[in-house]
Write a protein that binds this ligand. Structure first.
Ligand code: GLN
Length: 521
């Protein structure tokens, strides 16, 4: 029988339930189990594709083209699991399905209600995902905080699953905050006690409590939580601040989290260990081998380019050190902004804000022979910069809605008819046929990477760009769309229309990022 693990949160949002889910899953993978993650979000957007990444964090793109919550980035980076779009439930998606069924008459004669119709829809989706994947364990992370209005029906669905299945088939991990009160010098457990009470009111008993805190939980704090929340002391787990997120499975391992869970779930002994994982983390704790500028638009506390930063870390860990990734705001860009950096990345983006600074950064790298990797919008702007400076054109991208004489980047033909905004970009995995340096980097004549864009290199300008040295070295075999561009020079200068950062994990770094980082050493 497959096992069900639910991960809920209390006290505050943003405690890192996604990392808890990914870390627990990592430990359970050691038992040679296939695991599928599910993320349930309370918001009414069908997917996060229409949300501002500066508010909600990066939009992660799956192979099947679904735009999903950034927690799926953690699942990929920790577990190397390629999720499908159906594994991200949002209230928008669930309600849409229920309303479509109602219009079709599938509930004929019934009053359609939150319970049982919405909860049934959720349970059905979880079950289908489990069946289709053939996984041994499903880890369901319920977004938001217990007590929120918008995730109540996910929690009720979890309760129903738990009450229908034998004890040894389900597990509930509740993540809460354990604040440190400076005036008394103590870690306080009351918020945890209250949030467990809220959970109980919904008919859910936690099996394990993960306490998010600045420092590890003191023994007496663990005991107090154990007593008040009615779980054994070994089921109260510390989740302290860490230098790198990848340490969390190790921190859990040191508290026997895998053992504790597997015992209740009646699982066999474990088959693998965390040695390789540990080696890579030790590298990430070493000195920085390279300093990389990530040139984008920023607000404070920004997760917009999380996957790009992590992909660089994966490569650094493989090379044997850490990497310093610094955010350079291109809205306030001047020549000095890039001083002291070993390499530059221009990440994906939309709209005109900060574009001038990005173009200046690209020019600086091209002229000063600094390694440069352009991702999606970054690649498009590499083309614009080259056309302006080398071909001496009044060149631009159609996206900038300016009166350029030469639109070297134009909207893709099939994007012109698009009226709805959600899920309508060119999304997901596409193959590129490769030549030149990229082909050497990938060690293959073709590669599949993920995409998220509406604009492309205008083929009318390819000959002129190539004649001056900006070569198209990767191309979609069906449409001819330019997927990679490069300048043949000693230092790395490559742009891609794709987002290879979505295809990178700690144990399996992406080749393009890896080669870029190596070129900066
Ligand atoms: N705005 C550009 C486009 O839509 C690039 C998108 C991106 O960088 N993800 O084509």
């Amino acid at each position: 029988m497959p096992k069900w693990i639910f991960v809920t949160g209390g006290v505050l949002s943003g405690l890192g339930k996604g990392l808890v889910s990914a870390s627990v899953s990592k430990l359970l993978q050691l038992y040679d189990k296939d695991i599928i993650p599910q993320k349930c979000d309370g918001y009414l957007n069908v997917d996060p594709g229409t949300m501002n990444p500066q508010e909600h964090g990066e939009v992660f793109v799956l192979e099947d083209g679904t735009e999903v919550d950034m927690d799926f980035g953690h699942y990929k980076r920790f577990l190397d699991v390629d999720s499908t779009g159906k594994w991200n439930l949002t209230s928008g998606k669930v309600f849409k399905q229920v309303i479509e069924k109602e219009r079709k008459g599938e509930y004929l004669g019934k009053t359609v209600q939150m319970v049982p119709h919405v909860t049934d829809q959720i349970k059905e989706t979880w079950r289908e995902n489990l069946e289709e994947s053939g996984a041994d364990i499903i880890v369901v992370e319920i977004g938001g905080t217990v007590g929120d209005m918008e995730n109540q029906f996910y929690l009720e669905a979890a309760r129903q699953i738990r009450s229908n299945l034998p004890e040894e088939d389900t597990y509930l991990i509740h993540t809460t905050l354990v604040p440190y009160l400076e005036t008394t010098g103590e870690q306080k457990t009351k918020p945890t006690q209250h949030s467990v009470k809220d959970l109980r009111e919904l008919g859910l008993e936690p099996d394990m409590i993960v306490g998010r805190s600045e420092e590890s939980l003191e023994d007496d704090v663990k005991e107090k939580i154990s007593l008040f929340c009615d779980v054994p002391t070994e089921n109260v787990v510390s989740d302290p601040n860490l230098e790198t997120i990848y340490e969390l499975p190790i921190v859990f391992e040191n508290q026997d989290v895998g053992e504790v869970i597997s015992k209740k779930l009646n699982m066999d002994n474990r088959k693998k260990n965390l040695r390789e994982w540990q080696n890579r983390i030790e590298n990430l704790q070493k000195e920085s081998i390279s300093r990389i500028a990530l040139c984008g638009k920023y607000t404070e506390m920004d997760d917009s380019y999380a996957s790009v930063e992590e992909a660089l870390r994966h490569s650094a860990a493989e090379i044997g050190g850490s990497v310093k990734v610094e955010q350079v705001d291109t809205e306030e860009f001047d020549k000095k902004s890039l001083q002291g950096f070993d390499g530059v990345i221009i990440p994906g983006g939309f709209g005109s804000r900060g574009v001038q600074g990005k173009i200046e950064a690209i020019r600086h790298c091209r002229k000063e022979d600094i390694p440069l990797l352009g991702i999606c919008y970054g690649m498009q702007l590499m083309v614009v910069e080259f056309a302006r400076d080398v071909l001496d054109m009044d060149a631009g991208s159609e996206e900038l809605e300016d009166d350029f004489e030469h639109l070297v980047i134009k909207q893709m033909q099939d994007q012109k008819q698009v009226e709805k905004m959600g899920g309508t970009m060119r999304l997901g995995s596409y193959t590129a046929k490769l030549k030149g340096e990229v082909s050497e980097i990938y060690g293959s004549e073709e590669v599949v990477e993920r995409h998220r864009h509406r604009f492309e290199l205008n083929p009318d300008y390819e000959d002129r760009l190539e004649a001056e040295g900006l070569k198209v070295s990767g191309r979609n075999p069906e449409t001819g769309l330019a997927e990679f561009v490069e300048i043949d020079r000693k230092t790395f200068f490559i742009g891609t229309q794709a987002h290879p950062e979505f295809n990178s994990s700690l144990e399996n770094p992406n080749p393009l990022y890896h080669e870029f980082l190596k070129s900066t050493l």
